[in-house]
Design a protein around this ligand. Structure first.
Ligand code: FES
Length: 140
């Protein structure tokens, strides 16, 4: 018997993400920014760990998202900022049948964030069929 497939919380279609380049959705611990990178999705917490600017407003450069606040740059796969030796929380995300989804388990404990308690109502939100869109990135 194989492992159970992971439960995914739908974000959008791969086509939508490939066209837009990034998509912001609301997660139980704040906004999540999902990027399209080299034909597959990746996801990070959208609020910068430094001074809380939105990474979705930054620019992508060679696989790194450069924060508009103070130009720290994070690998969009791992969330690692090598200049500061810090990790932006990241989420597990998958592409299945043309749809992009965040792994439900990852919503409650994104890697790099450490153990977190689920806020009130988080369990219900995790069971939602689809993440709700957040505010669009500035400048598209
Ligand atoms: S707020 Fe992101 S680098 Fe300062």
């Amino acid at each position: 018997m194989g492992a159970e497939p992971e439960t995914l919380v739908d974000v959008c279609s791969a086509e939508e993400l490939a066209t837009a380049g990034r998509q912001v959705v609301a997660g139980p611990h704040g906004e999540i920014v999902v990027f399209w990178n080299d034909g597959r999705p990746t996801a990070l917490a959208n609020v910068c760990l430094h001074k809380e600017r939105r990474l979705s407003d930054g620019f992508l450069l060679k696989g790194r998202i450069v924060c508009p606040g103070h130009q720290w740059s994070f690998d969009i796969e791992s969330g690692f900022c090598k200049e500061r030796d810090k990790h932006q929380p990241r989420y597990d995300v998958q592409l299945v049948d043309g749809r992009v989804g965040v792994v439900a388990e990852s919503l409650s404990a994104p890697s790099g964030m450490g153990p977190v308690g689920a806020p009130d109502g988080a369990a219900d939100r995790r069971r939602a069929a689809r993440l709700t869109p957040g505010a669009p990135p500035a400048g598209g």
